[in-house]
Design a protein around this ligand. Structure first.
Ligand code: OAD
Length: 246
């Protein structure tokens, strides 16, 4: 894969690099994306599986779907794209990683301080009193876990459609886009807001925008550079090129 030397030079000069990732980064680990032709939302209904209303009307269905996704996540490993992003943290004077992914594979690859915009599917909390739940979620006879404090229903700690993003994660993301000088949008269709607004905001605040995605997206026309390839291929090559000009 060929990478323009202008792009490599721009990355080399960057002082504060920010990366926003989406489901595409985990695709090479074998985790399905949402909006690709074979993605999850092509076959499943997000209103049933990823909303508070869907959970309240059929909690067993929602639980079984998240248990299934957890099983997939626990049987997969980070790929070269995750590892390249973890390495980027060491390469630039300042670095920030914001993810929409809920699989925690960035952390498994060694990334620190990951801003999780959509929560994660590993942890659970009470839908009613919001307290974290550390108990067992796989109960006999298909019973569903309940909060020991208030009796409320326990749910995965992901952000569902119609819910607000975690305040701290959103505030941190705003701070990052205002301060970074280079912003990578990696493996996201940039269709779900407010995350989708971050790359364009970063550009408006003066950052150079690089998109890493084998396909064009809603924000491709804003990008200063595009690496039209899977992240597990493009990012390791980019890191190699950076080393060559050290
Ligand atoms: P999408 O499924 O919308 O987009 C995945 C993007 O990854 C597409 O643009 C693909 O072209 C790209 N892609 C596929 N394989 C790739 C690869 N190997 N390397 C790089 N890119 C690749 O996923 P998101 O943008 O993450 O929300 O979706 C945003 C949110 O919508 C998700 O966080 C989820 C979903 O509903 C919640 O769960 C709250």
């Amino acid at each position: 894969m060929k990478i323009a030397s202008e792009l490599v030079q721009t990355v080399k000069k960057a002082k504060y690099v920010a990366v926003l990732t989406g489901a595409g980064v985990s695709a090479e680990s074998g985790i399905a994306t949402f909006r690709d032709p074979d993605g999850l939302w092509a076959k499943l209904n997000p209103a049933e599986l990823a909303s508070v209303d869907g959970f309240m009307s059929n909690p067993k269905l929602v639980w079984s779907w998240y248990q299934h996704r957890r099983d997939i996540v626990h049987s997969t490993e980070p790929n070269k794209g995750h590892y390249a992003i973890a390495e980027m943290e060491k390469v630039f004077p300042e670095f920030a990683l914001i993810t929409q992914n809920v699989d925690r594979l960035h952390q498994s690859a060694g990334s620190n301080d990951v801003v999780e915009l959509h929560g994660n599917i590993i942890e659970n909390h009470c839908q009613k009193c919001k307290k974290p739940f550390l108990g067992e979620t796989t109960l006999p006879d298909g019973e569903l876990p309940r909060c020991s404090e208030c009796g409320g229903m326990i749910r995965p700690s992901v952000v569902w459609f119609g819910e607000n993003l975690p305040f701290e994660a959103m505030a941190k993301s705003e701070e990052i886009v205002e301060s970074c000088d280079l912003f990578f949008s990696v493996g996201t269709s940039a269709e779900v807001y407010p995350a989708a607004a971050l790359p364009v905001k970063a550009k408006q605040y003066g950052a150079t925008l690089i998109e890493v995605n084998p396909n064009k997206t809603a924000i491709s026309h804003y990008a200063d550079f595009r690496l039209e390839a899977p992240s597990g291929i493009a990012l390791p090559i980019l890191l190699e090129k950076l080393k060559e000009i050290e």
